[in-house]
Design a protein around this ligand. Structure first.
Ligand code: ADE
Length: 230
């Protein structure tokens, strides 16, 4: 069976990526052939005996900068092997990632994610990519976690990746709402009771209550999301 979607991840740390994708739901989806994840090691495109991938910044300053020529070679190789792939650079300067974006990407067949590392990358690398994405307003030590966040959030939208039960739980964020509260046994714990309505057996009333709770928490914590619904 051909995978429904292929992710290529260009990184200096393929093992870091694999340690996050080879288990649990993603691991199962790879195993069953629904998704495919290929890593490309930037070091393989490094220069000289020491396979150099970065250098000091022109103009001075701290840290090392990933080289444009090295990255160009790596990206070209991925494009050669994956014609038509959508190339996305993970960077705090990118467009803010969202559930909506995950939905759009889940329609693609082939996506390439570039994880920068160290202190930065040569500005010219931007000209080799289709898009730049940030997963939030904070700085990670590398783009691997960000790339895996994209892989994970896109994969769970691919039919068959989540089981039936799991896929029910995915609804709420797609409506720009945070999730309603959930409870299980015991009915009382440390003086905290499960809301009576959930024990009522009245499914319509439970549905209504859950919707109200979702709206209430979203209005309180995430006005920005809530206002998108109005
Ligand atoms: N690399 C470092 N920080 C990042 C972020 N917030 N989003 C995407 N890539 C990053």
């Amino acid at each position: 069976m051909k995978p429904r979607i292929t992710f290529n991840i260009i990184t200096l740390f393929p093992e870091t990526v694999e340690s996050m994708t080879d288990y649990s739901i993603l691991g199962r989806a790879i195993e069953s052939g629904i998704i495919d994840i290929q890593t490309y090691n930037i070091r393989d495109y490094g220069q000289g005996k020491r396979k150099q991938v970065d250098d000091t910044p022109f103009g001075g300053g701290a840290g090392m900068v990933l080289k444009a020529d090295v990255m160009d070679k790596a990206i070209q190789k991925v494009k050669e092997e994956n014609p038509g792939t959508k190339v996305i650079l993970l960077t705090p300067k990118g467009e803010k990632y969202s559930q909506k974006k995950a939905g759009e990407l889940s329609k693609k067949k082939n996506i390439t994610l570039i994880s920068g590392h160290y202190e930065g990358f040569d500005e010219r690398i931007r000209s080799f990519v289709d898009e730049e994405v940030s997963i939030g307003d904070y700085i990670l030590t590398g783009g691997e976690l960000a790339a895996v966040a994209v892989v994970d959030s896109v994969s769970r939208l691919i039919p068959g990746v989540l089981g039936k039960e799991e896929s029910l739980a995915k609804e709420s964020f797609e409506e720009n709402l945070l999730e309603y509260p959930q409870y299980t046994q015991p009915r009382e714990y440390g003086g905290m009771e499960v809301p009576e309505i959930l024990l009522s057996g009245n499914h319509a009333a439970i549905e209504r209550w859950r919707r109200e709770q979702a709206e209430k928490i979203t209005r309180k914590r995430r006005k920005d999301l809530f206002e998108n619904n109005q």
